[in-house]
Design a protein around this ligand. Structure first.
Ligand SMILES: [Zn+2]
Length: 281
């Protein structure tokens, strides 16, 4: 099956109160782990690439080739998505390589500049038929320090206006989650999410899904979140599977050493995907 955009799969997810899992991948093996889980559950998959994965795979074209291989192997709808691009040039590079979806994150800029850059990306993505995700509001960074300051979270009226002006396909919102693992329990603002979902019709995206309390993630998926990003937890599960292997007495069998990483990664992905289906109708 050819790679697809996120457009249809996320529309369907939002309409039916579930979310599609989006996982960072860095090899055919990790793409395989995600797709195997998705196939088992009968859901589509989103494979994401950020700057580290791009470097590890030596460029976007290789990433597209690996995602395609996994999609074909499992005969599964798979979107390959660029995570958190901060420049127009980065987006164009990914689209040229065959990405079916991109995120432009201009949320650090003021509203006008965010709209301007996002609109430019939407125009360009149209040429390739790719879907576009953008962000409004401030998400806490990689250090796990989360802000519970509601002023920094996504403002519903601004979000509605942003979507109207830019024509994006899905919107990442800040409702109290953070990237990376948490150093203290996060306070997820479901009320804010409901307010946003009441005025924004397009699918919403939850970043910082790793380590977020499961009941809150499930509740978010029943209230407008149609895509949940899982990066840190997936990589950690995968790595733990590898690191637990003992090389003593190793006899040329690649499976004995490397199958466990994939199995651990796949199990984590499946567990998350099931969680995102909690309130499916
Ligand atoms: Zn993110």
């Amino acid at each position: 099956m050819a790679l697809v955009t996120m457009r249809e799969m996320l529309k369907e997810a939002r309409a039916n109160k579930y979310a599609v899992g989006a996982f960072e991948f860095w090899s055919y093996d990790s793409a395989y782990a995600v797709c195997a889980a998705a196939k088992e559950l009968g859901v589509p998959a989103i494979l994401q690439v950020g700057p580290y994965e791009k470097e590890f795979m030596d460029g976007y074209e290789n990433a597209v080739a690996m995602a395609k291989m996994a999609s074909e192997h499992f005969d599964l709808p798979v979107a390959i998505h660029l995570d958190h691009a901060e420049t127009y040039e980065e987006v164009v590079e990914a689209l040229e390589a065959g990405f079916t979806s991109v995120m432009i994150d201009a949320s650090a800029y003021d509203f006008e500049k965010n709209v301007e850059l996002t609109k430019k990306v939407v125009e360009k993505a149209k040429e390739y038929g790719a879907s576009v995700e953008a962000e409004i509001g401030k998400l806490a960074g990689n250090e796990g320090n989360i802000s519970n300051d509601e002023d920094e979270q996504t403002d519903p009226a601004m979000a509605a206006e942003f979507v109207r002006q830019t024509g994006i396909d899905c919107l990442a919102v800040a409702i109290g989650t953070a990237h990376g693992f948490y150093t203290k329990p996060p306070k997820i603002n479901i009320d804010r999410l409901k307010e946003i979902a009441a005025v924004v019709e397009i699918p919403l995206v939850l970043h910082g899904g790793s380590g977020t309390p499961e009941d809150k993630v499930a509740e978010a998926c029943g209230n407008g979140i149609a895509k949940v990003n899982i990066c840190t937890e997936f990589i950690a599960a995968y790595g733990a599977g590898y690191n637990g292997q003992n090389t003593e007495g190793f006899k040329y069998n690649v499976l004995s050493l490397f199958k466990e990483g994939r199995a651990h990664g796949s199990a984590l992905a499946k567990k998350k995907m099931e969680l995102f289906l909690t309130h499916k109708i």
